[in-house]
Every structure is written in C-alpha cells, then in structure tokens.
Design a binder for this molecule. Structure first.
Ligand SMILES: NC(=O)c1ccc[n+]([C@@H]2O[C@H](COP(=O)([O-])OP(=O)(O)OC[C@H]3O[C@@H](n4cnc5c(N)ncnc54)[C@H](OP(=O)(O)O)[C@@H]3O)[C@@H](O)[C@H]2O)c1
Length: 329
C-alpha cells in the first residue's frame, strides 16, 4: 500500500515522498482496519514535516493528524463498527491508503455526510467550538475578535458564534474576503494593520470585547490585545507568521489582560470520552446539515504529495488542499 513518509525534517515538498510499504494486515481483537478516503494538509502537518511541531518522532515518519476512512474489516470483540461504516480517526499517521487502529479511536460518522468535509472534521471544527466556550463565558450580544478569519477555523468560528448570537470582528490580510465572510455571518471584516485597535473600536461602537483569538503571532498578537477590553483574554492557538507572540507588559500589568494558549488535545483531554463523542456528533450533524463547512481549493492523489504540499504552503488559497489516497471521491 502507499504511505507518505519523510526521511528527514525539512521543506515539506522536498522531504515527503509517497512510499510503497507492507499492508497493515488484518485487524487484531479490538481493532479496525479502514481505507483512508481523504485527508487535508493542515498548517500543523507542515510544521511536522519541518521538524518544528511539538511531536518530532524518529524517522522515517508518516504525517497526518486527520482523515476520513471507510471501515474495511473489524477485529474480534468490535461490536459498534461494521465494514462500510465511515469514521474519523483520533490517532495520527493518517497519510496512507490504509490504517489499523484501536476501535475506540475510530469515531463513526452519520450516513450522508460529505466525505471531503468529513476529512476535516477532527481538528478545526472542535478547535473553533472549544475556543468559543472554554475561556470566557460569552452570551448572546457579546463579541469576539479573531485573526486568520478566512481560515477553516475562522470560518467555522463565525458560524458557531452566530448560532449563539455572539458577534464577530474578523481580521484578515486580504480585503476581497469581506463579502464571503459577511455571507457566513461575520459582523465586521477588517484588514490587519497598525491601527487595528482603533478601527475595531470605531466599527463596533467601542464594544467591550472580552475574547481575542490569535493564530498569527508576532506583532499581530499585540494588535489583537489592542482590540479588547481590560481584563479580557487573548488566546494564542497558532503562528502562521512563525513568530512568537508579542504581548506588551502594560497589557498584562496595567490592563489585566490574560494571554492563554489553546491546544485541541488539551481541550479534549479535559472531557470524558462520552463528551468528546458528543462534540463530534454535534459537529458532524452540522456538516450533514451544511451549516458548517470549509472551502476546498484543490484535491490531489497521494502520488502527488509533493505538489500538494507545495500548494498548501502558498498564501491566498481559496481553501484547503485535500489528498485522496484511494482514488477520487
Ligand atoms: N492549537 C490548536 O489546537 C489548533 C487546532 C487547529 C488549528 N490550529 C491553527 O489554526 C490556524 C488556522 O488553521 P486552518 O487549518 O484553519 O488554516 P487554513 O484554512 O489553512 O488557513 C490558513 C490561514 O492563515 C493565513 N496565513 C497564512 N500565512 C500567514 C501569515 N504569514 N500571516 C498571517 N496570516 C497568514 C491565511 O491567509 P490567506 O488566505 O490570506 O493566505 C489563512 O487565513 C493555524 O495556525 C493552525 O495551526 C491550531
């Protein structure tokens, strides 16, 4: 079977290759085997290939934090999954044609779910959801400000916030995205820049914003801190700039702001297995209903993983890059 492997850490499209490896074999008791139908290339996968992610396994290594699969076989004792069922996998190393995992890591999906969207269910939708719920108690009428607002996380957050009556200020780096994000329910769309705090105040009528979500880092983190009220929280959850967040001492000491970090794994680890399953069931239902989705720019076969990675690294994409290891879906 085919599997993406990196033999060294470095520029993703230079180090990743599609290798021919032994099949995963039949499932053992308590395990399932599934065919990987699609996986997205997320920013964290790029960091993984570069050797700059929190996980830096021995080489050769296979990237891939998420995917959608179809169960091919189940081992003895597995009663809640059957061949043909669609699943997402809570474990990694998903850039391959087939995976063999513990049955408890394969979360079943509802029939009728759009496969390409399901490939992106595991990480970005719960990230958006937990950041909205786990830091500040926001109610209808409250505000949140976020950068990378046109990212998959950002778009889903706009919709989830809107469903709760929470208003959003959305910071992007390309003005042409304004109409698209407004159509999702964005209240304001602003282009990032030095006077961001003043512009946010003007556009919201000096609203008391308590939560800011930052996935850019560097001076962009500080600009978000300028947008929120005293005692508010800036949540740093990614660094598309590759820079460490800049956070002024005056914001911490005089204004009482908090700088928090978010990692999905930690957010889910605070919850029981039943609660995690419930989160995914709720988000999967929203995918089926079409209320949340992430745009897809292009789809590649696994043999063209290098091209796919090079494309994923380009700014200004119109959505995610997906790979379909077992043929088009
Ligand atoms: N901590 C966690 O648990 C967790 C979980 C999920 C995601 N994340 C993070 O969330 C962020 C978004 O992920 P995603 O999968 O939703 O992203 P995505 O859909 O691939 O979109 C990438 C976004 O980053 C922007 N961008 C790229 N380079 C940039 C730069 N140098 N400066 C400013 N903006 C830049 C892009 O803007 P253009 O469209 O203008 O190029 C786009 O808005 C990433 O940082 C990711 O690591 C974190």
């Amino acid at each position: 079977m085919k599997q993406v492997q990196i033999d060294r850490y470095g520029t993703p499209w230079e180090v990743a290759r599609c290798a021919e490896v032994a099949d995963v074999g039949a499932p053992r008791p308590g395990e399932v085997v599934f065919d990987v139908l699609a996986f997205p290339i997320n920013p964290a996968d790029m960091w993984f290939c570069r050797g700059a992610y929190r996980l830096r396994p021995l080489l050769p290594a296979t990237p891939g934090a998420e995917c959608v699969g179809r169960i091919a076989a189940v081992g003895a004792g597995v009663t809640d999954l059957r061949p043909g069922d669609l699943v997402i996998n809570l474990q990694r190393e998903n850039w391959a044609q087939r995976r063999r995992v513990k049955a408890e890591d394969a979360v079943p999906l509802p029939a009728g779910i759009a496969l390409r969207q399901a490939a992106m269910l595991r990480i970005n939708p719960p990230t958006a959801l937990l950041m909205l719920t786990d830091f500040e108690h926001l109610a209808a009428g409250d505000w949140v400000v976020q950068n990378v607002a046109n990212s998959a996380v950002g778009r889903i957050l706009i919709v989830l916030a809107r469903q709760r009556g929470i208003r959003t200020v959305n910071v992007v780096r390309r003005p042409e995205l304004a109409d698209e994000l407004a159509a999702l329910g964005a209240d304001h769309v602003l282009v990032d820049g030095p006077d961001l705090g003043d512009r946010v105040k003007r556009s919201t009528g000096d609203a008391r914003i308590r939560l800011a979500l930052d996935a850019v880092g560097g001076a962009a983190t500080q600009r978000l801190s300028d947008c929120i009220a005293d005692s508010g929280t800036v949540v740093h959850y990614g660094s598309m700039s590759g820079e460490e967040p800049v956070f002024p001492r005056s914001a911490l000491i005089y204004r009482g702001l908090s700088l928090e970090g978010f990692m999905l794994g930690r957010g889910l680890a605070k919850r029981t297995t039943a609660e995690v399953r419930e989160i995914y069931a709720g988000l999967a239902a929203q995918l089926v209903g079409g209320t949340i989705s992430a745009p897809i720019d292009s789809v590649y076969p696994i043999e063209r993983i290098g091209e796919a990675l090079r494309h994923a690294d380009q700014g200004g994409r119109n959505g995610k890059i997906l790979v379909t290891p077992n043929g088009p879906i």
